[in-house]
Ligand binder design. Structure first.
Ligand SMILES: Cc1ncc(C[n+]2csc(CCOP(=O)(O)OP(=O)(O)O)c2C)c(N)n1
Ligand SMILES: [Mg+2]
Length: 393
């Protein structure tokens, strides 16, 4: 049977049309033969497991609020939310150590919050305020917090993957026992930058784990319509790299895989690819209803795999939470946390106009650089910088 026949047998049509790529059900969560690495050594206390659950709820409520704020025009630019993917962020980042580095694609609210960036500073960033984690200059796609080793969200698909490889190269050259975790979408794996970056990581044995959030779609194109080999983990074979595919709706499964791969990256200088099979419940961005290229039935089927109630139930079964009321109490507390973040962002200052050109070019040379950018000054930045001398503030 050819691959195309197999795909259509599995109900995953490869040709365009017909629910734009066919039905993509959670049956893809099956391991599909991916190997399993050495045992994870991570073992969390009941308190910490409760905190992981809280963070997942926080992310969900935070992002639902960002959609409301976007529609109220409090948030500008783009806004991509990750609802449905919380277990990947929380699970994969839990084993990260303080000195490890995180670098991500642009769908990054969940990753910043899971890295411990405060809801206040993420919301303020989305509102374009000076107290935002990137000084109000990045917005939704470019959250960053170098104090936590978070080198940012990046908007060019796969553009950050070579940067991650470079950071890992630095750790290897300076003999520091740290690892890089590089998050990307499955849509990035057909870009040249991905191949070049993974090749060097494999060749040099760099301490980096490439974390692919395979949410089945890149904008409106399903992985089956975009990738000759839709099982992303298999693609690591071309770079002599260990790879695993895990259920991205199971926070503990993701955490254990991430732990063992990051540990090996730090201790043995071995790169790895971790594919987490997941699904975004909402559209590509808040401007996309997300229903023209997939069916309601498919979305509902995946909502049956919602990682939050699933983990809540696991913790109830283990007696870590004792009742549904305790889960409700978490939700209320996290909701209050989100409202505090909104209030903080609303009251935070906008960046000073005088700082317009700061960080655009090296500060000393900003004025000189701006004299050369007349064609690229659509909002009159050139005049503002030169005539009003904004940029040295
Ligand atoms: C090099 C490049 N090509 C195209 C785009 C436009 N674009 C923005 S997001 C996106 C889809 C990416 O999908 P995926 O990597 O699966 O991430 P997801 O949105 O699912 O998180 C595309 C094609 C871009 N930003 N960069
Ligand atoms: Mg995707």
């Amino acid at each position: 049977m050819t691959q195309a026949e197999q795909a259509s047998e599995d109900g995953q049509a490869r040709e365009p049309g017909g629910a734009a790529g066919g039905h993509i059900g959670p049956n893809l969560l099956e391991r599909a033969g991916s190997p399993v690495g050495p045992e994870s050594q991570i073992s969390l206390s009941a308190d910490r497991l409760r905190e992981l659950y809280e963070t997942m709820v926080l992310i969900r409520l935070f992002e639902e609020e960002t959609e409301r704020q976007y529609k109220k025009a409090q948030i500008g630019g783009y806004c991509h939310i990750s609802s449905g993917q919380e277990a990947v962020a929380v699970g994969a980042l839990e084993p990260l150590e303080h000195d490890d580095v995180l670098i991500t694609a642009y769908r990054c609210h969940h990753l910043a919050l899971a890295r411990g960036v405060s809801p206040e500073s993420v919301m303020a960033e989305l509102f374009g305020r000076a107290e935002g984690c990137a000084g109000g200059r990045g917005g939704s796609m470019h959250l960053a917090d170098p104090t936590r080793g978070y080198l940012g969200g990046w908007g060019i698909v796969a553009g950050h993957v070579p940067l991650a490889t470079g950071a890992a190269f630095t750790f290897a050259q300076t003999d520091e026992p740290h690892a890089v975790l590089c998050e990307l979408g499955e849509g990035a794996v057909n870009e040249g930058a991905w191949h070049e970056a993974l090749n060097l990581a494999g060749l040099y044995g760099l301490p980096v784990v490439y974390l692919v959030e395979n949410n089945m779609y890149g904008m409106g194109t399903s992985v089956h319509m975009a990738s000759a080999e839709p099982e992303v983990w298999k693609r690591a074979a071309g770079f002599d790299m260990h790879a695993e595919r895990v259920d991205g709706q199971d926070v503990e499964e993701v955490m254990e895989a991430s732990d063992r791969l990051l540990r090996r990256a730090r201790e043995e200088r071995r790169p790895a690819l971790l594919e987490c099979v997941t699904y975004r419940f909402r559209g590509h961005s808040v401007a996309d209803a997300g229903t023209s290229y997939r069916t309601e039935e498919e979305i509902e089927e995946w909502k049956g795999k919602d990682p939050i109630p699933r983990f809540g139930q696991t913790l109830l079964d283990r007696g870590i939470f004792e009742s549904d009321e305790e889960l409700d109490e978490v939700r209320e507390r996290m909701d209050a946390r989100v409202q505090e973040a909104v209030e903080f962002a609303e009251n935070a200052d906008l960046p000073e106009l005088d700082s317009l050109a700061r960080h655009v070019y090296g500060d000393e040379h900003a004025a000189e650089q701006f004299t050369r950018m007349a064609p690229g000054s659509p909002f009159g930045e050139r005049e503002l910088v030169l005539e009003k001398e904004l940029g040295n503030g």
